[in-house]
Design a protein. Structure first.
Lengths: 287, 389
């Protein structure tokens, strides 16, 4: 039903806000948009209150433009910067409690399966490093152990940005942050390694410097989660405020980190690889 | 598993024939779940709750439920319950003492999320020091959460309240969670007679579109659902939205009262309404209070019982009315703090009549003799203490 519920009933359209009508007429619902044409179509996320130059805000914008099925997608978030933008978007968003995303998503995904066994309903968690790897760690891990069929995207800014710049488990070793007045004492948590060990069927680590590749892995993660099991994307989305990155150098920083410790890594099970190859083949035939 | 037919809520709760069984409180809770057309249950072990969720697991294995799993811990359990309920299915879980406290951040958010879940609370000591004995101090933590809280005296209450809880929580003008509490071990592990509705009848399924707030399933407008985190709009909007939302949650809690009258015969039960002295109690303490009334009557004393079944919404008006001519109100409790005593005193104008106690805690039993002592004191009767060696 997804598509039908976003469309206004006949006669009502003229009374709806222009913003909403534009979404129906020129938005990504019910069609496949090309993320490289950002700006040519009405986006699910437009306005947001995030800081100027925020790389996470850019990532979230690309994320929404990459959804394979936006009219049937539910996004979950938790405390932190990302939800400031996530909650302004034109798809349903759930903000529960602190670090609970993967537990809420487990219940939600299973319940949707009970109610709509034959329909596609995509559930995607977009949460920060603190939410997924610190406070929500056990819920993140156990949703993977249980093979829950939804996607988890970690927008890693290596700090608790929204609460004022405290150390997180994903902050690099040695960095001096609030609550780490003498510098962080231990390494970044190896999130993607944990994801693979815990049973994620598709795992990506990236610095989102290429919009095309970013969109591709987001779509892949969501498609694989529908059929095979949990999927995980670890994206570097710097905090230009807490790490004092000049706005005009945010992209440069992302590229440098890509070379240093955020090189593109994509892991998938054989089953998932075959599935993607099958899809690619079908696309070739269509062309 | 017998084929179950869906019957009307009122018929099942009020009119359906009943069969008498001799079962434990844990079994009574599971038997109610069996008849409640529950879609999904999520479990996490803790004594003395575990048996309830074992039995519900068996119901899942038999096909009564569509999904069931053992979660990572209570915070995960209660969060997943919220997620499942927000997607529109009927859900159940249960917990005890420390487990309730571990899950309470999520539980306290259920009313605000407008989650019509049913929670079994099989009470026990809250650490430290470690003990697994019965004590209902944990219910004090639920009183301010917005959740509807029913307190069962015995196995029959557990069955009736649990079945009714599913109906009440999903009423459009309520639509908040209901907790059904009873004392661990004393009720959960002990057998009593329970009159149960037929096994082959169940409640109608949850209708997720009969709701004051939309479910999150991408099937109903508005397409853009944002009933969370108003904080990013502006501070002013945040204060306003949150304040209004809380008012609505507590108004919903009060609106449950009419269904408590309809399905559970009211929030209180009064025995011997013309008594001079009343024992006012809830849960297991009410059972001991009932015994005390029987003892007193045998001795020719004019003693009555006010059993409080609904702790939230609290029946202030009804308690006030029941105690208006009372000379004394004795409030026995299974906790050190005396949360019920505080509630009663706050509700009546003549709070000087209240005797705080007797209270037992840490797992002690509540002998009827302790209540009798207070009855004698309040009536000015001096009894010689017999010491039995």
């Amino acid at each position: 039903m997804g598509l039908r519920y976003v469309q206004p009933a006949p006669g009502f359209k003229e009374y709806l806000p222009k913003d909403y009508v534009d979404l129906i007429d020129f938005g990504p619902f019910g069609k496949e948009v090309d993320v490289q044409h950002l700006g040519d179509f009405k986006e699910i996320l437009e306005e947001h209150p995030m800081c100027a130059g925020c790389w996470m805000a850019y990532f979230v914008r690309v994320f929404y433009a990459s959804l394979p099925n936006p009219e049937d997608t539910i996004v979950l978030g938790t405390a932190g910067c990302a939800r400031l933008a996530l909650s302004q978007a034109a798809v349903p968003f759930i903000y529960g409690n602190y670090g609970d995303t993967n537990a809420v998503a487990s219940g939600l995904t299973r319940a949707l399966k009970i109610r709509f066994p034959d329909k596609t309903k995509d559930v995607v968690v977009v949460a920060g490093d603190g939410g997924l790897m610190d406070i929500g760690f056990s819920m993140t891990m156990h949703s993977w152990f249980r093979k829950e069929k939804f996607t988890t995207i970690m927008v890693d800014n290596e700090v608790y940005g929204n609460t004022g710049g405290q150390e997180s488990g994903m902050s690099p070793k040695g960095v001096q942050l609030k609550m780490a007045p003498k510098g962080k004492k231990f390494e970044k948590i190896p999130a993607t390694e944990l994801a693979k060990q815990a049973g994620c069927v598709y795992v990506v680590k990236l610095s989102p410097t290429s919009v095309k590749r970013t969109a591709k892995v987001i779509r892949r993660a969501i498609l694989a989660a529908r059929h095979f099991g949990p999927t995980f994307i670890h994206a570097y989305t710097s905090c230009n405020i807490e790490y004092s990155i000049p706005t005009e150098e945010v992209l440069k920083d992302a590229r440098e980190r890509e070379k240093k410790d955020f090189g593109f890594e994509e892991y998938m099970t054989d089953e998932v690889r075959e599935f993607f190859e099958e899809i690619e083949k079908k696309k070739e035939v269509k062309k | 598993m017998p084929e179950q037919k869906v019957v009307d809520i009122d018929y099942l709760l009020l009119e359906a024939p009943r069969e008498r069984k001799f079962i434990t409180g844990a079994q009574a809770m599971a038997e109610a779940v069996k008849r409640a057309n529950v879609d999904m249950a999520i479990a996490y072990p803790i004594t003395p709750q575990s048996e309830v969720m074992h039995l519900v697991g068996d119901l899942y294995a038999q096909g009564y439920l569509k999904d069931y799993y053992r979660a990572e811990e209570e915070y995960g359990t209660m969060s997943a319950i919220a997620g499942a309920s927000r997607a529109g299915v009927r859900v159940f879980t249960a917990t005890s003492g420390p487990g309730l406290l571990r899950g309470i951040e999520a539980i306290a958010s259920w009313p605000g999320h407008r989650v019509p879940a049913v929670l079994g609370v099989l009470t026990r000591v809250v650490n430290a020091p470690l003990s697994i004995q019965p004590d209902n101090i944990e219910l004090a933590y639920l009183l301010h959460s917005g959740i509807i809280l029913l307190h069962a005296e015995n196995q029959q209450d557990v069955f009736d309240m649990t079945l009714a809880a599913f109906a009440i929580s999903e009423m459009v003008d309520v639509y908040i969670p209901v907790a059904v509490a009873t004392e661990g071990f004393f009720v959960t592990h002990a057998k009593g007679y329970v009159n149960m509705t037929p096994e082959d009848m169940k409640l109608p399924p949850r209708d997720p579109y009969k709701a004051p707030v939309p479910v999150t399933d991408c099937e109903v407008p508005p397409a853009r659902i944002q009933r969370d985190a108003p904080v990013q709009k502006s501070n002013f909007m945040s204060y306003l939205i949150h304040a209004v939302w809380q008012q609505e949650v507590w108004a919903s809690n009060m609106r449950a009262m009419k269904y408590i009258y309809k399905y559970l015969g009211g929030p209180i039960e009064v025995v011997n309404p013309d008594a001079d002295v009343f024992v006012v109690a809830s849960g297991c303490a009410a059972a001991q209070g009932r015994e005390a009334v029987r003892y007193a009557q045998q001795e020719g004393l004019n003693v009555g019982l006010v059993k409080i079944k609904s702790i939230r919404p609290f029946p202030a008006k009804e308690v006030r009315e029941a105690l208006k001519n009372a000379k004394a109100a004795i409030i026995p409790e299974h906790n050190i703090e005396g949360w019920l005593s505080k509630e009663v005193k706050a509700a009546i104008p003549n709070s000087g009549i209240v005797t705080d106690g007797p209270r037992v805690y840490g797992g002690m039993t509540l002998p009827v003799e302790l209540i009798m002592e207070e009855i004698y004191k309040s009536l000015g009767i001096k009894k010689e203490k017999k010491v039995v060696i």
